[in-house]
Design a binder for this molecule. Sequence first.
Ligand code: CA
Length: 225
Amino acid sequence: MRLLLVEDEEGFAEALCASLKMEHYITDWAKNGEEGLSQGLSNIYDAIILDIMLPGLNGLTVLQKLREQGIHTPVLLLTAKSGLDDKITGLDLGADDYLTKPFHREELYARLRALTRRHSTTSLQELSCGDLYMIQGSNELCCKTNGSHLPLNGKEYQLMEYLLRNAGQIISREQIIEKIWGYDTNTEYNNVEVYISFLRKKLLYLKSEVSIQTIRKLGYMLKKT
Ligand code: CA
């Protein structure tokens, strides 16, 4: 799961990112509304934690612009204690939930679990395409047709999860780098190619009808062949 935290208070944000890491979330931090908006528009996040009180573009404006651009990533707003109007406006603008500062970390985790669960389309959190499927949280890639299965390592798993969630759609190498390695990275395009080739070998071994196709100059697409 990859999260975006939009929050200008540095100490608070750093502590939050650190504790989210302990909960196995990968969190990107945007320090202001403008950064939050541009990162949110990449549409690579499983949820966005969005503080309302931000310098420049405030959280409500960021939320409004994201929704206007067709970004439906679940948004959890962080509001001040006195901000009843903000909460109402936020929910009207398409926020999925809100949390009043200060809050207990456990409550944040519970709300994030609920948000990401609600957003996922299948009850068992099984991601599939054609005869290929993976159960979220397990690290096994399986083929329904012949019952074969293989373990995936961390990055392979994240990449396969991303491909499965966007099966039938083109995903660019830039999106893959942002999603799997994050913004602050020196990852080169050939890293993506290396992991794509690992996954292709595994798909061949599984004898799945699904493959990762290269779409010239645009990226990759997972689809039935
Ligand atoms: Ca703030």
